[in-house]
Design a protein. Structure first.
Length: 69
């Protein structure tokens, strides 16, 4: 299952690395690719991962998943 999330707070390539490192630690996540230009992260997982779990993984960073309104 592949999902794309808008990420708030990205400003450089180093940011993409931090996001990838944080999200890959979430149980069930197989691959993460963060894109600075699009300010998004593509998450490939074995199953659906609740957004809350991904946000929890980013808790200690200055990044956040932008939720649709």
């Amino acid at each position: 299952m592949t999902s794309t999330y808008q990420i708030q707070g990205m400003c450089c390539e180093n940011c993409t690395t931090h996001i990838q490192e944080a999200l890959i630690k979430v149980e069930g996540v197989n691959k993460v690719s963060a894109d600075l230009e699009r300010t998004e992260a593509v998450v490939e997982a074995e199953m659906h991962i609740p957004v809350e779990e991904l946000q929890k993984a980013l808790k200690n960073t200055h990044f956040d998943i932008v939720l649709p309104k």
